[in-house]
Design a protein around this ligand. Structure first.
Ligand SMILES: Nc1ncnc2c1ncn2[C@@H]1O[C@H](COP(=O)(O)OP(=O)(O)O)[C@@H](O)[C@H]1O
Ligand SMILES: [Mg+2]
Length: 314
């Protein structure tokens, strides 16, 4: 039995008459990565703000590290680290000075503080830029510094709000590697993201937030199983050929408007060969042939009726 690092029940939050969180429930076992997935404006940052005691909920209960966020705010704050959506580093200070500021805030002794700063600069590959002002840093370096600052004081639970939004692919991979290292150290991670691939890569469990509710929850694999399976899609030049193909490829579904046929398939080379041989046997030509394996994007579309990248109108 693992204990809950975060337990959320019936959480509600509205701004004026706009309900952002309409009763959400989830549980994050200690030492796992939980990813809250949703498009812009879904309420991810609001959730982080409530869970980290920066904002009061309108209803529901939340326990973080075993403490009630409403009555044991101090204990919650002592157990967590938060890296916000927008880097909270001081532009005018150097990387090292930013870290030192956190060390002072956390009241680490000067010997211990020095050791922690050195260790974090090394771990995040920021030694060379340590004495440069943050205003000269790239987006990826800022994010790394921000996360390094979050780690001062060794929090057991870390909240990362869209840690890789706007980062180039390389910096994104670096971030992912860091998250995996933290996990190996036993830290619990609550991560929000707009990127399905990120949740897929990192998360033990994923929850999809849409219009105030969690419309799905499970492992990335569980979610993928909720959408139609992998299939081969064939497009034909005419209805005549579509008819012929639909007759010989049993179990397929046709779309007459698109002149396409969808054939369930595991996508393995052997089954693809069998399928193509069958078409050949009946002298049927397909204009287009594609193999489709469902990913989390399909899950999002299936669950919410819109693409994950679509920005909701305000
Ligand atoms: N302090 C606030 N006052 C009023 N509305 C807010 C406030 N914070 C967020 N909102 C609104 O709540 C919704 C969810 O916002 P947010 O939690 O930032 O979404 P996300 O982080 O998923 O992009 C948005 O419609 C946003 O405009
Ligand atoms: Mg946000």
């Amino acid at each position: 039995m693992t204990s809950s690092a975060i337990a959320v029940s019936g959480l509600r939050k509205a701004f004026g008459d706009k309900t952002v969180l309409d009763g959400i429930d989830f549980d994050v076992p200690a030492g796992t990565v939980f990813s809250l997935l949703g498009p812009n404006g879904a309420g991810k940052t609001t959730t982080v703000n409530v869970l980290t005691t920066l904002m009061k909920p309108d209803g529901g209960t939340v326990r973080v590290a075993g403490h009630d966020i409403a009555t044991e705010t101090k204990a919650v704050r002592a157990a967590i680290g938060v890296t916000g959506q927008f880097a909270a580093v001081d532009e005018l200070l150097t990387g090292q000075e930013n870290l030192q500021l956190m060390v002072d805030l956390k009241r680490l002794g000067s010997g211990e503080g020095k050791r922690v700063v050195t260790e974090l600069l090394e771990r995040f590959d920021l030694v060379e830029s340590a004495r440069k002002r943050v205003s000269t840093y790239s987006g990826g370096m800022r994010r790394k510094l921000d996360l390094a600052m979050t780690l001062v004081g060794k929090p057991q639970i870390i909240f990362l709000d869209e840690p890789t939004t706007g980062l180039d692919p390389r910096s994104r991979r670096t971030m992912w590697a860091i998250v995996r290292e933290l996990l190996a150290d036993g830290v619990t991670i609550f991560l929000t993201t707009q990127y399905l691939e990120e949740a897929d890569q990192l998360a033990d469990r994923v929850a999809v937030l849409n219009q105030g509710r969690l419309v799905a929850q499970g492992t990335p694999g569980d979610l993928k199983r909720q959408v139609p399976g992998s299939h081969v899609r064939l497009r034909f030049a005419s209805t005549v050929e579509l008819d012929a193909a639909a007759r010989v490829l049993t179990g397929s579904t046709r779309d007459d408007e698109d002149l396409t046929l969808r054939v369930p398939s595991d996508g393995a080379t052997k089954s693809l060969r069998v399928l193509l041989d069958r078409l050949d046997e009946y002298s049927i030509d397909a204009e287009e042939f594609s193999v489709h394996t469902p990913d989390l994007d399909d899950v999002f579309l299936a669950l919410t009726g819109h693409a994950s990248t679509e920005v909701t109108a305000r």
